[in-house]
Design a binder for this molecule. Structure first.
Ligand SMILES: *Cc1c(COP(=O)(O)O)cnc(C)c1O
Length: 427
């Protein structure tokens, strides 16, 4: 069920008209629905419960980089979420949001020594290691702190996720993970290092996957590797299947979370029953987009209409610096008028004020518009605000979370003075 729908001709977030949000907080503003967030997380948590995989046997670690506002993280933490982080900064956000560091996975190819120390101080659940050099570095850092670091190796299963090349990560040519053929020697090396403790195996093959076949193929390859490791005396405590389930941006029909996880648990349970006398293994996953993507919209106002011989443009107050996805991946986002007019429509490109031709949010949309009209750029909850920049000295958008008929400001709009507050001129 969508939590953004029309009531009395006005697009609402839950029970609150988006026009009220714009009046109170201005635009551009990211607007999130708490009910949508809750429902999306529940799709994962409920599937784990249905499969009889309780808290010890399954953990959903939300990928913070999709949307890292501490109010979003706090809602998820209260629902019992763990977190998948890719930087020390994200760990600090999780802590500020009341997240439990014992449920944190640390992914990413470039962890610094400081980031490793911070994560070790907070006794995170696991480091997802992406190279041999990283194994050696973590062993050294943990040793100096008198700690043992829990680790998993991110294996590259060489499965084609058949998604956009920029968001495909599981092929041999990608910078991510350890090549499948190198996994066993890498595990043997990890086993020989005194300040590391092997707890798992993980992969993440890409993002915005609509079909789960590549994900299940990757799972099969992880299972094969886990058997190889078991034969070497390395028993794993968890198997982390990564994130990557897509959302409906346009007419896409992504696999249902419950169906996907049902198939995952079926494979895992059969495998454990056949080869390990039913001894369970914990299932971890790292969803980002599928939890927040459709829980948010970017609310923007039409500043000008420009009618040309070739094209019509609606110039809005949001831009590529607010929502990078169209400029970066030619991503498609729905555009809905907050209060649709019953007038003849025209075909518009929706563009921002930034001085780049790549600054567009949507192309060729049929709308009836007047300056001052409000538009909602749909499905903007994931990789929206987290990828925003200050290009053109534009303060980043405000963020609001709606709960029922209440709106809460969860991030103030940046002011120009804040944008150069860290800069100084020569004496
Ligand atoms: C980005 C990322 C995720 C989340 O991906 P989604 O497509 O947003 O679900 C999970 N794991 C890792 C390692 C990632 O880099």
């Amino acid at each position: 069920m969508s939590h953004f729908s029309y009531r009395n001709g006005v697009l609402c977030a839950e029970n609150l008209p988006l026009s009220d949000v714009a009046e109170r907080f201005g635009s551009p503003t990211y607007v999130y629905s708490k009910a949508a967030l809750t429902e999306n997380f529940a799709a994962y948590a409920d599937a784990c419960k249905r499969a009889g995989h309780g808290d010890n046997q399954a953990l959903v670690c939300y990928a913070v980089k999709a949307n890292s506002n501490i109010a979003v993280l706090n809602v998820l933490a209260r629902l019992g979420a763990g977190f998948d982080i890719v930087s020390g900064g994200e760990l600090q956000r999780v802590l500020a949001a009341g997240g439990n560091p014992r449920k944190v996975l640390f992914s990413g190819v470039g962890k610094t020594r400081e980031e490793m120390r911070l994560a070790l101080e907070h006794d995170i659940l696991c480091f997802n290691i992406e190279s041999i050099d990283e194994l050696d570095r973590l062993n050294e850092v943990a040793g100096a702190m008198g700690k043992i670091a829990p680790i998993s190796l991110r294996v590259n299963p060489n499965v084609d996720a058949k998604t956009h090349p920029y968001i495909s990560t599981g092929l041999r040519e990608n910078k991510f993970g350890i090549a499948y053929e190198d996994a066993l020697p890498a595990y043997l090396r990890a086993k020989s290092l005194p300040h590391l403790h092997i707890t798992g195996i993980d992969c993440h093959i890409g993002s915005q996957l609509l079909d789960d076949a590549p994900l299940l193929e990757a799972l099969d390859r992880l299972i094969d590797l886990a058997d190889l490791l078991a034969a070497e005396g390395i028993a794993l405590h968890h198997l982390d299947i990564g994130g990557g389930i897509g959302i409906a941006y346009n007419n896409d029909t992504p696999v249902a979370i419950g169906d996907y996880l049902g198939r995952v648990f079926q494979r895992i349970d059969t495998w454990r029953a056949e080869r390990y006398d039913g001894k369970p293994i914990q299932m971890l996953c790292e969803p980002g987009r599928s939890i927040v993507g459709n829980a948010g919209v970017l609310l923007t106002k039409v500043e000008y209409l420009k009618h040309g011989a070739e094209k019509h443009f609606a110039i809005v107050d949001a831009a590529m610096n607010d929502l990078m996805r169209p400029a970066m991946y030619e991503a498609w986002h729905g555009v809905q008028a907050v209060a649709p007019r019953s007038e003849a429509t025209q075909v518009y490109d929706i563009v921002g004020p930034v001085c780049e031709s790549g600054d567009w949010l949507a192309r060729a949309r049929e709308l009836a518009l007047h300056p001052g009209d409000l538009l909602a750029i749909m499905s903007a909850g994931a990789y929206g605000m987290t990828m925003a920049s200050n290009y053109n000295t534009r303060g980043r958008a405000a963020e609001v979370m709606v709960d029922g008929d209440q709106a809460y400001l969860i991030r103030k709009r940046e002011t120009p003075a804040e944008l150069f507050a860290l800069e100084s001129i020569l004496p």
